[in-house]
Design a binder for this molecule. Structure first.
Ligand SMILES: Cc1cc2nc3c(=O)[nH]c(=O)nc-3n(C[C@H](O)[C@H](O)[C@H](O)COP(=O)(O)OP(=O)(O)OC[C@H]3O[C@@H](n4cnc5c(N)ncnc54)[C@H](O)[C@@H]3O)c2cc1C
Length: 505
């Protein structure tokens, strides 16, 4: 076989789904030479998957200045929920107290556009088939016979991740108990009613792909293809689903298949829930669905993947540049594995509560009553919207390890939104006390320092008011790494821990 020359990149990402695209953008913002290998020949997505973005994901995009690209294309809606109970977050202290209805194909198109602006090369129509790693890098094998040499490889290649398997990372969890078909097709007859239908088998739904949200209600278009979700009578089918599988499933549930024909996509998903035992094997990492799969109920998968990517991107960039030791990469798994585990727990619980037997119905009604009370609603909604994620940085001010709120700050140069400080994905020391009072000269080449004032209340989703801090150290992913006290104790340690040792004076 002819040996082809080996192309080098600092980081190679397997998979240009939402996770891979966001990770690539984060690395490109940090001026890292990153490339993506993607199996699909273009960004087109067969079949329907995620239906939108929850609040924290919109905030994450707002931190990078791209939230408007999504907001202008989607529809704002209160869509945070648990076990079918809708949890209103319109009173939450965030600039985005809502979810955004926007299908995954549009989300991916917008993300691919951003990645294109950042000039990340994508090797399309090519698969990662395996890799070999040594002490200095990884040789990434491609399906076209080429290989790429990289310092690091990140598997963002979905639930059946080749990278996770080749890395020998275990994927324990629970096998499916429910199997669903999801499809887009034409119906010769219009069903008497659009929308969700539940029975002993499970949840089913029919609705035109084109719809509008008016006063919180979905208004379907009069014509056009139909989105179909139907629970199958049998679990465990492994063959690719066909039109006759779909027709049979519809007849079982509705007594008719409404003359279904011309499907543009048919896929199967289950309630299997699995999480990788660890997120790193030396120079190989995994993120997104490659690291965790769970039922789509409550709409968490894409959000969790995007936030994995934003957690990992700046850390990997610093390690590649040599400003931080490799051990910084261990904080990625340490922080994101518990978040993934919680998502699995919530989605499994939500799915169980959707069963239609009398006992589960009673339990669901009890749960709905509890979630109707203000405190449980606020707690659960903060969890499901991603707004109350807290990384464990030890004891301290409630802001420690939580997201920095997007405050309207006043600076010597005029008003400034806190999120605008995070546009270029660099860390920020925000001094809210005496101007010029904090000196971080040994980190000045890595950490931006800014004096500002803020007169309003400090309020955190799910928690309420907290004491105003005198200073905060904000990581590039928007999480607070240090909260200032009078003595500024621990600041140098926090700067060194997260952003590398001080530069020699
Ligand atoms: C029916 C359904 C509804 C959903 N609804 C929601 C929702 O409402 N909200 C939500 O947040 N999430 C939802 N999800 C989950 C969401 O779709 C996923 O969590 C999300 O797509 C994960 O993104 P990812 O980039 O990690 O993986 P993927 O989207 O799976 O992307 C992986 C990419 O890697 C590529 N690839 C795979 N193998 C290779 C290889 N060997 N070499 C190169 N490329 C490779 C694939 O082509 C793909 O582009 C839903 C999922 C389903 C199935």
């Amino acid at each position: 076989m002819r040996v082809l020359p080996m192309t080098q990149h600092a980081v190679v990402i397997s998979g240009a789904g939402p996770t891979g695209l966001v990770l690539a953008a984060e690395l490109a913002l940090a001026n890292i030479d990153v490339a993506i290998v993607e199996r699909r020949p273009d960004q087109d997505l067969a079949g329907s998957r995620a239906g939108g973005l929850h609040s924290r994901t919109i905030e994450v995009f707002d931190q990078r200045g791209i939230a408007d690209r999504f907001l202008s294309q989607g529809q704002i809606v209160q869509a945070v929920g648990f076990a079918g109970v809708r949890l209103d977050i319109s009173d939450f202290p965030t600039r985005h107290p809502y979810s955004l209805g926007l299908r995954q194909n549009h989300i991916e198109r917008i993300l691919a556009g951003w990645v294109g602006e950042l000039k990340v090369p994508i090797y399309r129509g090519t698969e990662v088939t395996g890799f070999a790693q040594d002490d200095t890098g990884v040789d990434v094998e491609l399906s076209d016979g080429r290989s790429l040499r990289a310092h690091y490889l990140v598997g963002c290649d979905g639930g059946r991740s080749v990278v996770r398997k080749a890395a020998g990372i275990a994927f324990p969890g629970s096998d499916p108990t429910i199997s669903n078909l999801i499809a887009v097709a034409e119906l010769a007859e219009t069903p008497p009613q659009w929308g969700v239908h539940r029975d002993a088998l499970g949840t089913h739904a029919l609705g035109r792909v084109e719809y509008e949200i008016r006063n919180g209600a979905i208004i379907y278009a009069d014509h056009g293809p139909v989105g179909i979700l139907v629970t199958e009578a049998q679990v465990g089918q492994s063959a690719e689903p066909t039109l006759s599988d779909l027709s049979a499933a519809l007849i079982t549930v509705y007594g008719t298949d409404y003359g279904i024909h011309s499907p543009s996509s048919i896929s199967r998903f289950t309630d299997a829930a699995r999480q990788a035992a660890c997120y790193r094997n030396r120079r190989v990492l995994i993120a997104g669905d490659a690291a965790h799969v769970h039922p789509p109920d409550t709409g968490q998968g894409l959000q969790t993947g995007v936030q994995d990517a934003v957690n990992l991107g700046w850390k990997l960039a610093q390690v590649v540049k040599g400003t931080s030791p490799e051990s910084l990469l261990d904080t990625y798994g340490a922080e994101r594995h518990p978040v993934g585990a919680r998502v699995l727990r919530n989605t499994m619980a939500s799915i169980v509560l959707r069963r239609e037997d009398e006992r589960t119905k009673a339990l669901r009604e009890t749960m709905a009553e509890l979630l109707g009370m203000d405190e449980p609603r606020r707690r659960f909604a903060a969890d499901m919207s991603g707004l109350d994620i807290r990384y464990d940085f030890g004891e301290g001010h409630p802001l420690l390890g939580r997201r920095m709120p997007d405050l309207d700050l006043a600076t010597a140069n005029g008003p400034l939104r806190a999120f605008a400080l995070l546009r270029d994905a660099r860390p920020v020391l925000l001094n809210l006390g005496e101007p010029g009072g904090i000196d971080i000269t040994p980190w000045a080449n890595r950490v931006r320092s800014i004096d500002a004032t803020y007169a309003g209340e400090w309020e955190l989703p799910g928690l309420g008011s907290v004491a105003a801090p005198r200073a905060v150290l904000i990581r590039p992913d928007g999480y607070v790494a240090w909260v200032g006290d009078e003595a500024r104790s621990g600041l140098a340690d926090a700067l060194a821990l997260w952003f590398g040792p001080p530069a020699a004076g």
